[in-house]
Design a protein around this ligand. Structure first.
Ligand code: NAD
Length: 445
């Protein structure tokens, strides 16, 4: 079966979720583009969008329609060629509408899992629950005569565990999109111990068509991305707890967040990133990874406490940030949660004092946005970190400790065999987390 035949019948499970909806969109575009090739005109392409939530599936169709419309507007020249034989399509608007209709004709939203029984490729993006994933995969596999291939989006579960417990004999691979899949360029590709070569090769071809940057990760819980992020987050939390021996915890959280965002020139501080991903999601991923780690305890009592209180962060369906460790006003952090008061404390009431304690940033400091998209990025970073390395303020010291820990996490991912080399670790953090520089760096020595 060639690439096109494999893509004739596909299912995305969890299609209405954050990841599933993006995976569905990308797959729908690829399948529609195949269906519009003259040599495929007699074939039918079916993309089942399976989800338990009927109401979410309704919203999904509108999401797909809107996104395809935008995608079509960007490629009208190419679409004109595709529809050259259609003399009835004259205006750009006619062509765009036709393309939207063609994509929507491929996508079949349903709550019935049975739809997946005819598929040859299954993208799995249901919640991060190993038992649920295995149960669904097994159900589909035992009813599907095509020996389908499974592409799981799991963030943390070893693929070999899914393969063996579901009895797939290597018809599965970790195809780990980043959030949001339609925008993020990175895909981590994780072979299980017995992943079949054809399953792997299809992934590479599919990823290439989607114009993704593929980084291979070996099959260790959390892979490269979460392998770094979860440990980096735990370091930030533990540093804040350490500082809280001498100051209120909410002030320490503010400081550590500022050290990451400003002193280390990251896109956001670590507590904001935890909020973005979701306090509950971070805590859960740690709990899935933890049993697989022999020499460390990936667990935070502070995350437990936040969840007990009910402060979870994450996103509204509009994409707006929910309050978590930090409170947000129009996307900007304005206050920090105090677990004792069980309420947010406004930055205005303490930030100036904390900023003074941290000390000023080097004169060559530029915010992440200015550095990351500048042509002189490497020179800017070298000058900035060169200056920071000579400073002995509290902010500089915390930054040095933080960078050293991030560096050590990255190097351990390589020495443990999770990543094949330093470059792969850095590519994941640069591409998937938008860092301006990789964790394995020579700064702040
Ligand atoms: N959110 C992220 O940033 C991110 C990034 C990379 C990978 N992932 C991984 O992707 C997967 C999905 O995460 P998400 O954030 O999109 O979750 P989500 O909760 O947004 O989506 C999960 C979807 O699955 C559906 N679902 C639940 N049980 C189902 C069932 N039995 N059958 C069919 N559909 C079912 C839900 O209704 C929901 O629409 C997880 O494995 C997660 O670890 C998430």
């Amino acid at each position: 079966m060639n690439y096109t035949e494999r893509l004739e019948n596909v299912t995305v499970i969890g299609a209405a979720g954050k990841m599933g909806s993006g995976i569905l969109l990308l797959t729908a575009l690829e399948m529609t583009d195949l269906s519009l090739m003259p040599e495929n005109k007699d074939k039918t392409f079916v993309l089942n969008a399976v989800d338990v939530s009927d109401s979410a599936l309704k919203g999904l169709v509108e999401y797909i329609r809107g996104q395809v419309q935008k995608a079509a507007e960007k490629k009208t020249v190419a679409l004109r060629k595709v529809y050259a034989h259609r003399t009835d399509l004259i205006e750009n608007g006619d062509i765009i509408n036709q393309y939207v209709n063609d994509v929507l004709a491929v996508v079949r939203p349903t709550t019935r899992m049975e739809a997946a029984y005819d598929s040859k490729v299954i993208f799995e993006a249901i919640k991060e629950d190993p038992e649920l994933k295995v149960r669904i995969i097994k159900q589909i596999d035992s009813n599907n005569k095509n020996n389908p291939w499974f592409y799981t989006n799991t963030s943390s579960i070893p693929i070999t565990q899914l393969d063996e417990t579901a009895g797939l004999g290597g018809r599965i691979i970790g195809f780990h999109f980043y959030n949001p899949p339609a925008i993020q360029k990175l895909v981590e590709l994780i072979d299980a111990k017995y992943t079949q070569k054809e399953v792997h090769d299809f992934s590479l071809e599919f990823a290439k068509k989607l114009k993704k940057v593929v980084v291979p990760s070996n099959d260790f819980a959390g892979f490269i991305g979460n392998g770094h992020f979860m440990r980096d987050a735990l370091h930030g939390i533990q540093e804040a707890q350490r500082l809280s021996a001498n100051m209120p915890l909410h002030e320490a959280i503010y400081m550590i967040n500022k050290v990451g965002q400003d002193f280390l020139v990251r896109p956001m501080g670590i507590f904001q990133l935890i909020d973005y991903v979701g306090v509950d999601v971070v805590s859960y991923i740690m709990s899935v990874m933890n049993p697989h780690l022999a020499d460390e305890n990936l667990h935070s009592s502070l995350l437990d406490k936040m969840l007990e209180i009910g402060v979870k962060g994450g996103q509204y369906s509009s994409g707006a940030q929910k309050d978590g460790f930090l409170k947000y006003d129009k996307g900007r952090a304005v206050a920090v949660y105090c677990t004792e008061k069980r309420d947010y404390v406004s930055f205005e009431s303490f930030a100036t004092k904390c900023d003074e304690q941290l000390g000023s940033l080097p004169g060559s400091y530029k915010p992440w946005k200015a550095v990351n998209f500048s042509k002189g990025k490497d020179a800017d970073l070298a000058a900035y970190f060169g200056e920071l390395s000579t400073m002995n303020t509290m902010g500089a010291q915390l930054a040095k400790t933080y960078n050293a820990r991030s560096n050590a996490i990255g190097r351990k991912l390589v020495s443990d065999g999770v990543a094949n080399n330093n470059q792969d670790v850095n590519t994941v953090m640069l591409t998937g987390f938008f860092h301006a520089y990789g964790p394995i760096n020579e700064y702040l020595k």
